[in-house]
Write a protein that binds this ligand. Structure first.
Ligand code: TRP
Ligand code: ZN
Length: 883
């Protein structure tokens, strides 16, 4: 539903009528943590379900916490709900008060039963937090603080309760009724009603509560756990989508098996349900025994999902399943500990995907995400440690820093301990903290004790923000090679001074003559400066450092491009090979953007890159999946990180010029590769996936070098495609070309997939993310397309996130890209503040952008903070970005 046609939105009208004076939201601080005053060992919830009217009766058994502050006031959090009725020990009471949105009740004893009734309108809940309607079904999203939009409760992760849920509703509207745990009873009522009761034996915090009711159909299988338990596995989707659920179900089975084999973790209920919903703020949610997923991470078949989509489904299914131990059995004490579950679970899903496919390719993909999404966070106004010290709105801290850098930090512990000892550490962690709400410190201590590491200094990785910069100097003293390493952690907001951190670096020194090394070593740089000597080299070796990306740092080393060409061709660590290739390009493009390149230097730089690129195309020992990775140039976002204050359009232009040069210079080899790969028939096997990857990569370079000829080749790929990977790849290239084939293919694609929301998202996204010079005009038109709606986050992201990360268009000199995103944020905020806030960091990069554009970006941020009734989410991001 479009926002314009949404009937009544009480929140909006309130905001518009009585714009309150701008008020700075309260700052929540990690150091202020206090244990809860009251515990809730048990809760019973009774839902009378309706799409636009749902009644909730919550019965809480509350107990004074001996470790609490002894207050007799019970504070139950609420958010935009009002109590219809309140009772204490079965007696209706009137002496409750509201403090802001919270409900306060005075209690005389140490244990009571509190009953609260609330009335909700799920259909009017456009924020998609709490109980909401999506596509005619009801579902919940409670992390981080959505449960308080359903009923009054101490909505914090260190209050664990056993949940019993009863729900009743119209059987025709809601034939399937699901909640956490096991279904204990169900039956028919009068007037076409039915009901179900669910019980979850595992105590859990409120953020893991879930309920789903609707017309759903399951793809089902069973799984035998290592302890002999038979688990029913279901993937629930809307009727008609069941043909696209096999990959999700298979990924789920693989996840259960992998966690047993790799981490010794067994599933702990007889039932595991996954439900796909179309309207969802994030990727998916790990609610106990009832994961709720964005449809985009469930549905996949060859005709509608790319190979990348298949991988994403597998990764997210794994991620949410792995939370059953890292997140649910051991949960977080408070939201500052978010990386305890997210960093660890991302590492677990990365290792899982690596085991399911290519370890080398997976590592490169993960580093690419870190560099293009997390590095900019670390160097910008919103920089925060993986364990933040304060927040205004916790939803803003579900970041690449907490997730991806958090995973890197744990990966470093694993690298230092080795996989086997690391496993002893995680075993100890699960054993010690099972059933508890733990802290990052608990995790580090368990790894320290279990793996036998001293992590005293390592803890700085949890408290210091910023990407460490490591300089490497190589000196040859006779037959000894000395590496002198220096580290500096840049200042970040609130952290002007930093201490040196332990940085584990995997190193190998290559003999130039033989192209080999005599074994890899792990060195750990713990000081601001240190030297490491390696004996036995008659001539200076070629240094391969931070192999496998063993530490999430930036390495600086002045080196001969010939050494990088050497490593790109010879390194036996695939990541290092990729890295050498990237460095070669980064150095060249940074110099080019700087205007520092003479014609000869430009020529020499291009030749070195061309030589390495041609070697990648020709190397028969490489598999195509890896070849495809090696062909990808560093992103503009990552390139911009290398420059203090940059002109992103200039970076983009130089990067495109290099692509065009490579496309022309290697045209023959690229065309041959495209022909060869086009002959490989579709299958999900690695070789066929690799062929598809290099096929579209070849097209990308050819299109840059020879746009007119390539339009025909791309159209041929589009027409011949029997799968979405080829079709989308061809359409992506065509969308960037000014050729008649462009319109033809776009129209064909839309007509073919008009009734498939996820594929229509691709159609929006390819156009908003294209290399076409008139992208901004296209976006303006697409925003008026009947299929565009502000009510669906996937659709909003498809159009506008694609634009925000499209450097050519977003940074257009006119400022139109900034205005488009600024405008979007202001219009989306009243509808869905959480999703609106995700767009702010794009504008928040202004300090690192040349002054004319920077002023235009600031202007948008200022208009945003001036908007009356702004959400806490957007206010925090925009005000911090203005600084
Ligand atoms: N815990 C979820 C995950 O990482 C993240 C998540 C899903 C989320 N939905 C959310 C976080 C809504 C905040 C708000 O798997
Ligand atoms: Zn997660």
């Amino acid at each position: 539903m479009d926002i314009a046609s949404r009937p009544s939105q009480p929140e909006d009208t309130q905001v518009a009528d009585a714009a309150p004076p701008p008020q700075t939201p309260a700052v929540i601080r990690r150091e202020d943590y206090q244990p809860p005053a009251w515990l809730v060992p048990e809760i019973a919830l009774d839902f009378a379900l309706g799409l636009d009217a749902t009644r909730v009766v919550a019965k809480l058994s509350v107990q004074r916490n001996p470790a609490g502050n002894g207050t007799s006031t019970l504070r139950l959090n609420g958010d935009q709900i009002v109590p219809v009725a309140v009772a204490v020990d079965g007696e209706a009471v009137n002496d409750w008060r509201l403090d802001g949105d919270d409900l306060l009740v005075e209690l005389s004893g140490d244990a009571h039963e509190i009953t609260v009734e609330t009335a909700l309108n799920p259909a009017a809940n456009s924020q998609l937090m709490g109980l909401y309607a999506s596509n005619g079904m009801l579902c919940t999203q409670c992390e981080a603080e959505g449960f308080r939009r359903i009923t009054f409760f101490p909505d914090r992760p260190d209050v664990l309760s056993t949940y019993s849920v009863r729900m009743s509703g119209d059987k025709a509207t809601f034939p399937i009724l699901l909640a956490n745990g096991n279904c204990t009873a169900s039956g028919e009522g009068e007037d076409g009603m039915h009901w179900a009761e669910w019980h979850d034996p595992w105590p859990k915090p409120s953020y893991l509560f879930a309920l789903v009711a609707g017309d759903l159909i399951a793809n089902h299988t069973t799984f035998q756990t290592m302890g002999g338990r038979t688990v029913d596995l279901n993937v629930w989707v809307r009727p008609g989508d069941e043909g696209r659920t096999d990959h999700a179900l298979e990924s789920l089975v693989n996840s259960l098996k992998w966690d047993e084999e790799t981490f010794g973790r067994e599933y702990d209920l007889d039932l595991f349900n996954i439900v796909a919903v179309s309207d969802f703020n994030m990727g998916a949610m790990e609610n106990k025994g009832l994961n709720v997923f964005n449809t985009r991470y469930v549905l996949a078949d060859p005709d509608t999902a790319t190979d990348g989509d298949y991988d994403a489904v597998e990764g997210v299914i794994g991620h949410e399943y792995f939370h059953n131990w890292s997140g649910n059995r051991v949960t977080c004490r408070d939201w500052f500990q978010l990386s305890l579950k997210e960093g660890f679970t991302v590492l677990r899903d990365q290792l899982f995907s690596a085991d399911m496919g290519s370890e080398a390719v997976k590592r490169i993909e993960d580093v690419r995400i870190l560099r293009s999404a997390q590095f900019p966070e670390d160097s910008g106004p919103l920089a925060h440690p993986i364990r933040p010290d304060s927040y205004q709105e916790i939803s803003n801290f579900y970041t690449a820093t907490v997730y991806n850098k958090g995973a890197e930090v744990i990966r470093m512990m694993r690298t230092m301990a080795g996989a086997e000892r690391f496993r002893k550490g995680t075993d100890l962690y699960f054993e010690r903290h099972d059933g508890e709400a733990a802290t990052c410190e608990d995790f580090v201590k368990a790894i320290e004790d279990g793996a036998g590491l001293d992590l005293t200094q390592f803890r700085l990785w949890y408290s210091q923000a910023g990407t460490p910069q490591v300089r490497v100097e190589q000196v040859q003293n006779g037959t000894e090679t000395v590496l002198t390493l220096t580290q500096a952690v840049p200042a970040t907001p609130g952290q002007p001074e930093k201490q040196p951190m332990p940085i584990p670096l995997r190193v190998a020194l290559f003999d130039r003559a033989t192209g080999t090394h005599s074994g890899e070593q792990l060195i750990v740089l713990t000081k601001a400066e240190d030297s490491f000597a390696f004996a036995g080299f008659k001539t200076a070796p070629v240094v391969s450092i931070n192999r496998g990306y063993s530490a999430p740092v930036a390495i600086e080393m002045d080196r001969d491009p010939a050494d990088l060409v050497f490593l790109a061709a010879h390194d036996d660590d695939s990541f290092a090979r990729y890295e050498a290739m990237q460095s070669l390009v980064v150095r060249h493009l940074v110099a080019a953007v700087d205007g520092a390149l003479s014609d000869e230097a430009r020529e020499a730089g291009q030749q070195a890159i061309g030589q390495a690129f041609a070697a990648v195309l020709a190397d028969e020992a490489l598999d195509d999946l890896m070849r495809g990775e090696l062909m990808i140039l560093p992103s503009v976002a990552y390139l911009a990180e290398q420059i203090l204050v940059s002109d992103p359009s200039a970076i983009h232009a130089e990067r495109e010029a290099l692509k065009a040069w490579l496309g022309r210079t290697c045209a023959e080899a690229l065309a041959a590769m495209h022909d060869r790969a086009s002959a490989v028939p579709y299958s999900r096997e690695a070789a066929a996936r690799g062929a598809r990857k290099v096929k579209t990569q070849a097209l990308v370079y050819l299109a840059a070098g020879q746009p007119q000829q390539t339009a025909a080749r791309a159209m041929a790929q589009y027409r011949a495609a029997d799968n979405m990977t080829d079709r989308q790849g061809a359409l992506m290239v065509l969308a960037g070309l000014d050729a008649p084939e462009r319109e033809e293919a776009l129209a064909d694609f839309y007509a073919r997939y008009a009734d498939n929301a996820l594929v229509v998202d691709k159609w929006f996204s390819l156009q908003a993310g294209s290399l076409h010079p008139r992208v901004l005009d296209h976006v303006r038109e697409l925003a008026k397309h009947p299929a565009f709606t502000m009510g669906n986050p996937n659709r909003v992201r498809a159009l506008y996130m694609a634009l925000a990360v499209n450097p050519g268009a977003f940074h257009d000199a006119s400022g139109e890209g900034y205005r488009t995103i600024g405008d979007l944020i202001r219009r989306l905020d009243p509808v869905n503040p959480q999703t609106a806030a995700r767009f702010v960091p794009a504008l928040g990069r202004w300090r690192r952008i040349e002054p004319v554009r920077a002023a235009l970006m600031r202007e948008e941020l200022e208009k945003i903070v001036a908007q009356a009734g702004l959400s806490r989410d957007v206010f925090e991001q925009a005000s911090k970005s203005l600084g």
